[in-house]
Write a protein that binds this ligand. Structure first.
Ligand SMILES: Cc1cc2nc3c(=O)[nH]c(=O)nc-3n(C[C@H](O)[C@H](O)[C@H](O)COP(=O)(O)OP(=O)(O)OC[C@H]3O[C@@H](n4cnc5c(N)ncnc54)[C@H](O)[C@@H]3O)c2cc1C
Ligand SMILES: *[C@@H]1O[C@H](CO)[C@@H](O)[C@H](O)[C@H]1NC(C)=O
Ligand SMILES: *[C@@H]1O[C@H](CO)[C@@H](O)[C@H](O)[C@H]1NC(C)=O
Ligand SMILES: *[C@@H]1O[C@H](CO)[C@@H](O)[C@H](O)[C@H]1NC(C)=O
Ligand SMILES: *[C@@H]1O[C@H](CO)[C@@H](O)[C@H](O)[C@H]1NC(C)=O
Ligand SMILES: *[C@@H]1O[C@H](CO)[C@@H](O)[C@H](O)[C@H]1NC(C)=O
Ligand SMILES: *[C@@H]1O[C@H](CO)[C@@H](O)[C@H](O)[C@H]1NC(C)=O
Ligand SMILES: *[C@@H]1O[C@H](CO)[C@@H](O)[C@H](O)[C@H]1NC(C)=O
Ligand SMILES: *[C@@H]1O[C@H](CO)[C@@H](O)[C@H](O)[C@H]1NC(C)=O
Ligand SMILES: *[C@@H]1O[C@H](CO)[C@@H](O)[C@H](O)[C@H]1NC(C)=O
Ligand SMILES: *[C@@H]1O[C@H](CO)[C@@H](O)[C@H](O)[C@H]1NC(C)=O
Length: 825
């Protein structure tokens, strides 16, 4: 059984054995209060009656063939909190304090924390690891932990039954595949005991295990992150084939761009860091019951992708979650498909990119990718309990039904059956609608498992790209002399790194580039605000209970993860539950924030993870003003945020409060069918106000995974004053002749809904602009001299052999693995 954060509430409420737990450990006699996950993982805490900085913790985590690790985090999500991890090293237990800055493998914790084992509770047996230790300095009173005077705290746990990379290294990488990951809240009083001091005295730096073997005492300050630079000792070879267009990144935008450019007959090379996501593109990860379908294809499985058995779907060196597989975010996302409303473009996009300017591109895109709110071929909707209950609840407060794919501009007080990018009952998108159209063409080549390191630049001219291939060797691939173009489409989390490595960005970032990268001299650097002003939708989770027990029956998650024969045979005919993604109702509204008078939109994405409760993932969307900066970490290899991009401004907070006030009133109506709950699942106290409710629900804040703006488009070129733009209105990087960015990085604003639709519409528009520079247009074959075959001898003469990608190398960070949680953004 696997879990993810997205279904935490479901698991906490439906798995009867899981939940809060008080117990006295037989081995040590210590009384703990904590959480049992229902499947073998237990976390217990013991605290003094008057805590200051210390507590005792016990992690009991399942092992498989003696391998695995277990950890817990002093906060609701992995990033930004003290995290303690334990794993076996032979018969010993290693303890390691960590701090994750993003969704990459967490690096060493730099605070003053000392972990000292309690021998009798620290051992490995045939089924489990048990780590019991004094956690000195762990109650920091800072944002990375909790304060001694708090009555409740929220924690998260994660564990895996796959070994860490190097068990002898206390700063080792953790294995990616987590067997469990979830969060829980605790009443700290239950953990407090007058016997604490006696128990704490059992902690000794050197001791013996019950089996008589010496444990490794863990030190407070583990060595700093020892990320190993990628091997560059191999000589970099230079390819003797050139291309009119080289595109770096085969995600949502990159595939649209590559497909449209290849249709003109120009020679096109698409470089994708990850492996295939579908059987048609070479994946061997088909589900057991259908050899032509992978978990990526199945709408109902998108909430559970992280535990579906597919290898390496996510990037492991980025500040937040991103897909690193063919299709990018479009392959790993939850298929929400919200057609942009006009104001999404009209507010902040530059001239030439307003709603009317992108109309043709938008029509072209949607005619190939219509999406659907009724994906089942039998024209039925399945599992409609949530929709029925919630639509009537919202209807009583003036919300009305809308068809979001047909009426995109109606975004105030409306609700809908969720619009999905599902076609023929399967995940849709450009892997299905742009790639097959060009894959047989001799002028098109797709190279997977190929990581773009940098653009090779001399002054304003980019002659090609340096790539790292799966075997670790490096190659320079060039564009056609005098006319070729390089287009970066590696996504908001990764395109900035390629720009930094190409000598483009703020000087402090360019100085942080690792020495293993061949860097231009400072006289060649281009000072542009790459990474500055990154924005994302925040998501908080609001749960509501049904007033009449039994009125809402939720399906067990196994209906999606282990479908029965009826579901499978319907799916084979394009119908049934499996053709639907996980959401059951969407609503949209707006709030004018009092402090700045600005309108902000909100989206609710709703389902029922367990019976008799409704879950609203509530996003603040278009109009929000919070942002952060994306920078390189100390190794220069990972991207990270300088601070959280979410809820940094009063206006954004007020947008949530405005809607929550309305929700409190709605739930309080005498005829309301739903009751409002706090983050811990208990009923909200009568008379609670929006400020107090938001303060409570902030613990549920997760990223929206809708990042934009790390290489903004605009007329305000930073090199001429205080501009914020990195690319011009042709999507060309300022200060270069032929380097372009076409992905969510260039979006100067966040849309009202989930981002994939607007990302691909903007990519269609970008192709128009790029082709126009060469006197060409979308859909028109190139004139005479632009025939790909002559430019790129040998390319595409035969179809590219697809590589298998089990355990394939992941570029710069090699085998860097990470914990993941899945957002239904
Ligand atoms: C977990 C998750 C859930 C989401 N849910 C939704 C949703 O339900 N609906 C919605 O509309 N949006 C959703 N989104 C957002 C949406 O998927 C993204 O906005 C969209 O995919 C962005 O497109 P892009 O082309 O900018 O980047 P991406 O789609 O991320 O594509 C970037 C591509 O570049 C590749 N790449 C990265 N670095 C390199 C390199 N150095 N060399 C070569 N290739 C490289 C990556 O492997 C990837 O294929 C979700 C995103 C995530 C992460
Ligand atoms: C291993 O230790 C754990 C923790 O004390 C315990 O729950 C489990 O039953 C033990 N397994 C065996 C086989 O003794
Ligand atoms: C670290 O914490 C310990 C107590 O846990 C304390 O004695 C020590 O002074 C602290 N050291 C620093 C440098 O703060
Ligand atoms: C709790 O302690 C923190 C510092 O650790 C302090 O900022 C806060 O004001 C305290 N709260 C109460 C209610 O005492
Ligand atoms: C744990 O103990 C406290 C009393 O200390 C009690 O109120 C609480 O209900 C107990 N929790 C469980 C899950 O038994
Ligand atoms: C002690 O450790 C050694 C080597 O790590 C191992 O071979 C031995 O079996 C262990 N002893 C016991 C009793 O577990
Ligand atoms: C702990 O630190 C001490 C002193 O810095 C060092 O000698 C010892 O090797 C360290 N132990 C581990 C397990 O890292
Ligand atoms: C870069 O361009 C300059 C001027 O065009 C030229 O003199 C120089 O040789 C080039 N350098 C390289 C490494 O190609
Ligand atoms: C709701 O009903 C179910 C059975 O339908 C029962 O198991 C559960 O205890 C009930 N819950 C409450 C709060 O009454
Ligand atoms: C909201 O409720 C909290 C806690 O009850 C209270 O302290 C605060 O003053 C209230 N705020 C408003 C605006 O009523
Ligand atoms: C490229 O170079 C390789 C090795 O030198 C050679 O085998 C191949 O034929 C060349 N291809 C083209 C198109 O020139």
């Amino acid at each position: 059984m696997f879990k993810s954060l997205a279904i935490w509430l479901a698991s906490a409420l439906t798995v009867s054995a899981a939940g809060a737990l008080n117990y006295t450990d037989d081995n040590t006699g210590i009384s703990f209060s904590g959480y049992f996950d229902g499947e073998g993982y237990t976390i217990g805490l013991a605290m003094p009656e008057n805590p200051s900085t210390d507590l005792i913790a016990q992690i009991v985590s399942p092992l498989k063939d003696g391998e695995g690790w277990g950890g817990f985090d002093f906060g609701v999500s992995m990033a930004g909190y003290l995290l303690i991890v334990a794993w076996p090293n032979g018969d010993d237990v290693v303890l390691s304090p960590r701090m994750a800055t993003g969704y990459t493998t967490p690096s060493a914790y730099t605070g003053n924390v000392t972990l000292t084992p309690i021998a009798d509770g620290t051992f490995i047996n045939s089924t489990h690891l048990s780590a019991t230790f004094l956690c000195a300095g762990c109650i920091t009173g800072n944002s990375d932990s909790f304060s001694a005077n708090e009555t409740n705290a929220v924690f998260a746990y994660a564990y895996s039954t796959t070994a860490v990379t190097d068990p002898t290294d206390s700063s080792t990488e953790l294995s990616y595949h987590t067997a469990g990951y979830s969060a829980f809240g605790m009443t700290l009083a239950y953990a407090k005991s007058a016997d604490y001091d006696t128990w704490a005295a059992m902690a000794k730096t050197t001791t013996t295990t019950p089996s008589g073997n010496t444990t490794i005492p863990s030190n407070s300050t583990t060595p700093g992150s020892t990320a190993t630079p990628s091997p560059t000792s191999q000589p970099t070879t230079i390819s003797n084939v050139t291309y009119d267009y080289i595109i770096g990144g085969g995600g949502a935008a990159g595939l649209v761009v590559a497909g449209r450019l290849a249709e003109t007959g120009a020679s096109v090379l698409l470089l994708e860091r990850g492996g295939p996501s579908t059987v048609a593109t070479g994946s061997d990860e088909a589900v057991s019951w259908n050899s032509s379908i992978t978990p990526y294809d199945i709408p109902a499985m998108d909430y559970y992708l992280a535990s579906s058995g597919v290898s390496s779907p996510y990037c492991t060196d980025t500040a937040s979650m991103a897909g690193c597989v063919l299709g990018g975010g479009g392959a790993v996302n939850a298929m929400m498909y919200v057609k942009p409303q006009d104001v999404d473009f009209n507010d902040k996009w530059p001239a030439g990119w307003k709603a009317d300017d992108v109309r043709k591109a938008s029509d072209r895109f949607f005619s190939r990718n219509p999406g659907s709110d009724m994906p089942s071929a039998d024209h039925k909707r399945y599992d409609q309990g949530t929709y029925n209950l919630l639509s009537s609840f919202l209807g009583k407060d003036g919300f009305s039904p809308v068809k979001p794919l047909e009426e995109p501009n109606r975004k105030v007080d409306v609700f809908a059956h969720p619009p999905w990018l599902v076609e023929n009952g399967l995940r849709g998108g450009p892997v299905k609608t742009y790639l097959p159209q060009v894959q047989g063409l001799s002028n098109f080549k797709l190279s997977m498992n190929t990581n773009v390191i940098r653009a090779v630049r001399n002054g304003t001219w980019v002659s090609g790209v340096e790539v790292e291939k799966q075997d670790g060797t490096h190659e320079i691939i060039r564009v056609t002399p005098n006319s070729g173009k390089v287009i970066l489409a590696a996504g908001t989390m990764s395109t900035p790194r390629i720009l930094f490595y190409s000598g483009i960005g703020p000087a402090d970032q360019l100085k942080a580039v690792p020495s293993t990268v061949k860097m231009l001299s400072p006289s060649q650097w281009i000072d542009l605000p790459v990474g500055e002003g990154v924005k994302d939708h925040p998501i908080i989770t609001v749960t509501l209970g049904t007033k009449n027990n039994g009125t809402l029956t939720a399906l067990d998650e196994t209906a999606f993860t282990a479908p029965d024969n009826t579901s499978i045979s319907m799916f084979d005919r394009g119908s049934g539950l499996l053709t639907q993604s996980g959401q059951r109702l969407n609503f949209w509204t707006s709030v004018v924030s009092p402090s700045d008078g600005k309108t902000r939109f909100l989206q609710g994405t709703c389902n029922s993870p367990s019976s008799n409760m409704v879950r609203i993932k509530l996003y603040v969307t278009h109009g929000l003003t919070s942002s952060s900066n994306l920078v390189l970490d100390s190794t220069g290899e990972l991207t990270q945020f300088t601070h959280d991009p979410w809820l940094q401004t009063q206006g954004d907070i007020e947008a949530y409060e405005g809607f929550l006030a309305r929700l409190i009133a709605m739930a309080g109506r005498p005829d309301s069918t739903l009751t409002l709950q706090l983050a811990d699942g208990t009923d909200a106290p009568a008379g609670i106000n929006a400020t107090a409710l938001l303060a409570d629900l902030r613990s549920t804040l997760t990223p929206g995974d809708h990042f934009v703006g790390t290489a903004k488009m605009g007329p305000d070129d930073r090199r001429r004053g205080n501009g914020t733009a990195v690319v011009d209105d042709d999507t060309r990087v300022y200060g270069t002749d032929n380097l372009f960015v076409v992905d969510a990085s260039i979006h100067p604003d966040l849309p009202t809904g989930n981002t994939q639709a607007i990302v691909m519409v903007a990519a269609e528009r970008a192709v128009e602009r790029i082709l126009a520079l060469d006197g060409m247009a979308v859909g028109q074959p190139a004139a005479g001299n632009r025939t790909g075959a002559g430019k790129a001898p040998g390319v595409g003469a035969k179809r590219v052999p697809f590589r298998q990608c089990r355990g394939c190398a992941r570029g710069l960070a090699g085998r860097r693995h990470a914990l993941k949680d899945l957002h239904d953004a």
